[in-house]
Design a protein around this ligand. Sequence first.
Ligand code: AMP
Length: 619
Amino acid sequence: MAKVSINLATGSIQEEELIVGIDLGTTNSLIAIVREDEGQRKPIALRETDGLTLVPSIIHFGPFGDVHVGQDARQHLLDAPERTIYSVKRLMGKSYHDVEDHAASFAYKVIDDHTDSLVKVAVGNQFYSPIELSAQILHQLKARAEHVLKVPVSKAVITVPAYFNDTQRQATRDAGKLAGLDVLRIVNEPTAAALAYGLGVRPDEERSIAVYDLGGGTFDISILRLSGGIFEVLSTHGDTYLGGDDFDRALVGLFKQQVPQFNTEDDATLIQELRLLGEEAKKALSHSEFFEGSIRGEKIHVHRHEFESAIRPLVERTLDSCRQALSDARLSTKDIDAVVMVGGSTRVPLVKQSVREFFVRELFDSFNPDEVVALGAAVQADILAGKNTDMLLLDVTPLSLGIETMGGLMDVLVPRNSKIPSKAGRQYTTQKDGQSAMAITVYQGERDLVADNRKLASFNLKGIPSMPAGLPKVEITFLIDADGILKVSAKELRSGVAQSISVKPQYGLTDEEVEQMLMDSLLNARKDMQARALVEASTEAEQMLLTTENFLQKNRNLLSEEEMNRTLSQMNTLRVALSAKEKNQIQAATEALNDICRPFAERLMDSALSEAMRGTKVL
Ligand code: AMP
C-alpha cells in the first residue's frame, strides 16, 4: 500500500515519499523529479514561472545583507564582481594550497592563507565556506521545487563528478544538510547521465559505455561498466579547465582581430561585453552557419567554419583524454557500446561530429545535455523511493586507503579501484608494554611510505588496558559507504574498547593530483620497495635490540662472561648497521644476534620450568 501524507501547510495530499534529484553544477544547477506519464515513469526538470530549468550557480551578497541566487545574482557579475560568487564547486573540499594556482582567476577573494585548512571566500568582512555557498544554491533549488510542486521537499539525491574524493563528497553532503535536505545518496554524474537514458537498468544488461561531459569550464570523460544493474566506473579522465568558456574566448580572439581599435587592457567591462557576445555567437553557431552582431557600435561577424578552426585544437584535447581514459580502462573504442553526451557545450556541432567519429557510435543526445544529469539523479531518487526496480550503484575508489604502521609505512586496507560500498579490516597490536593508546592515522595514496601519501585523518584509540606488548588485538575496520565516504573504526578485542570516526579529510584532491600521485607511485616503485625493505629490516632490528636489552637486564646470571661480551658486541654491530641504513647488513646482524640469543631463551625457559617443577614459583 502506498504511503499517503498530508501537508499541513498547503493541505495537499502527498502520495508516497518525494525525493528530488539535484545536479549541483559548476555553472548551472537544477532539480528534477520523476513523474507518472501515460503509465510510464519519466524524469522531468522543474521549471519555474521564468520557464527556465537551469539556476546559474551564482550567489550575490548585496550591500544590505540581502542574498540573491541564480539569475538574479548573475547580473551582478558585472557591477559587483567582488560580491558575486561563481564556480563554488571548484572550491568544494579544497584547501587554499589546492587552488592557489587558480586563485587569480576568481573575480572574488579566495582567502590566501597558505595553510592546508579548507578554503574560504571573503565578501566584505564576512567569510563563507564553499559548503555554506553551495548550501545557498541548494536552498534556492529546494525553494523552487516547493514552489512548483506545492509540497515540502526534504529528501534529495545529489550528483558529484566521478573523481570527487571523500572530502568533496562529504562537503556536498554537508551543504545539503545545511540547506535542510536529507541527502539520501551522492551519485556520480556519469552514472546519473546513463540512468537518465535507462542504460544499465535491466538486470541482464552487460555493456561498457562512455560518458562525454563538456560543460562551461570543465571536461570529463568516464568509462563505465554496466552489468546486472551495477554501475562501475572503470576510469575517468578530463581537464578541469577546458570547456565552453574556452570556446567563448576563442571567439573573442576572432572579434578582436575585427575591432583592433578596441583596447581591452584595464577595461574589465569591455572584456565582459566581448565574452558575452562570444557566448551569444557560439550558441547561434550551433544552429546557424553565420553570426553577425555588434559591439559598441562596431559590427562583427563570424562563420561557423572559422569558429570550428579556432576550437579544433580544444576538441582534439578532449579526444586525447578519451584515449587516455580508454587505455586506463584497458578498452578500445570498439568495446564501447554507447556514448552519452552531457553538458551544454556538447551542442556544438563540431563536438558531436568529432565524438561520433572517434567512437564510431551513434550518440545518446536526445535529452537536453544541460538537464540529463539532474534527470538521472531523479531516476535514482525514484529507485530509492522504491518506485523503480532496485539497483545497486557501484563505484570504485580512485586511490588506495590505508593506515600508518611502524616506521612510517603505509599499510593498505582498501586498494585503489576497489568497488564501493566496501569493507575491510585487519588486526594490529601494540609495540610497548603497557601501551594504553594507539594513534591511528589514515592515508590515501599509492606510495609505500606514508610521508609520500596524503594524510586524511587521525585519531587516538584510548583506554587500552595495560598488557604486555603484542598482546592487545586492535581491529581496524574501513567501511566505505555507497556514497564513497569512509568510516574508520578501531576496537581492542580483548577489552572491547572502541572508537570510530567518519573521515573528514583535511583537504581534497583534484583529479590531476590523483593522476600525479599514481604517476609518482609508478615512477618511484623501485625506490619505494627499497625504502619499505629498509624500514621493515630496521623495525625488526630495533625490536630485537629491545628484547635483548630487556633479557640482559633481567637474566644476566644465566650468561657466562664470554656470552655476555659476544652478545654486547653483536648488539653494537647491529646498531652500526642500523645507523648506516644498510638493509643487508641490518638483516645479517639481526640474524646473527638472534642466533646468539636463541640458546639463552631456551635456557631461560628450562630454568623457569625447573623452578616451577620445584614448586618455588607458580607460573
Ligand atoms: P553546463 O556547464 O553543462 O551548464 O554547460 C554550459 C556551457 O554550455 C556554457 O559554456 C554555454 O555557453 C554552453 N552552451 C549552452 N548552450 C549552448 C549552445 N546552444 N551551443 C553551444 N554551447 C552552448
